[in-house]
Design a protein around this ligand. Structure first.
Ligand code: CO
Length: 200
């Protein structure tokens, strides 16, 4: 089990449709990785394709429900609400998304047990969001073009922020002086032979 890098929008892999987990496919490690990655990121839900594995596995972690769902299928939906939503693949983004209030979900646990369960409110919202990931559907797909371009700018800004942070820390490490042009020819020769000796 390990922390895995979470793919960020607009990575094309997030658009790929995931395949069902077959009876003989052992997804124990995958579920462990989803659990670990979710814990470290502090999210409430994560899907396998977000860590680059295109299998129909999600992990939900909220007050009302914590656990894995293998091959989840939404069988029934009821009512709708527009509520703010975030996604670990869209750092820094929160948008109002329309979701069903209740869902009945059929899924399998790691133990092999088949479950049909009804979720209401927050866990229902999470399940719908994560099942969308398995179909390559992202939260921004229901937004207007204008809002989508704003989201893209926001994600790029957050990304740039991370890169700037990295660059700043790189700049602090002393650079090796490559140029020796300020030295006399004799001094350059001396340094060269010294380096050669050191190599042995
Ligand atoms: Co998401």
């Amino acid at each position: 089990m390990a922390f895995r890098r979470i793919l960020k929008y607009p990575d094309n892999e997030l658009r790929q449709r995931s395949i069902p987990v077959s009876e003989d496919d052992d997804v124990k490690d995958l579920v462990g990785d989803l659990f670990d990655t979710l814990n470290v990121s502090g999210g409430v839900g994560l899907s396998a394709p977000q860590i680059g594995v295109h299998k129909r596995v999600i992990f939900v972690s909220c007050e009302q429900f914590t656990g894995e769902m293998i091959n989840p299928i939404i069988k029934e939906t009821n009512g709708t609400s527009k509520l703010p939503e975030g996604c670990l693949s869209f750092p820094g983004v929160s948008e109002d998304i329309e979701r069903s209030d209740d869902v009945v979900v059929e899924y399998k646990k790691l133990s092999g047990e088949k479950v049909t369960e009804k979720f209401t409110g927050f866990p229902a919202q999470i399940v719908q969001h994560e099942v969308d990931h398995l179909n390559g559907v992202l939260m921004i797909d229901s937004l207007s073009r204008l809002k989508r371009s704003k989201v893209l700018k926001r994600v790029q800004k957050v990304k740039k922020g991370v890169y700037d942070m990295l660059n700043n820390s790189l700049e602090k490490t002393p650079k090796r002086i490559k140029s020796e042009s300020h030295l006399s020819k004799k001094e350059v020769k001396k340094r060269k032979s010294r380096r050669k000796q050191n190599r042995r």
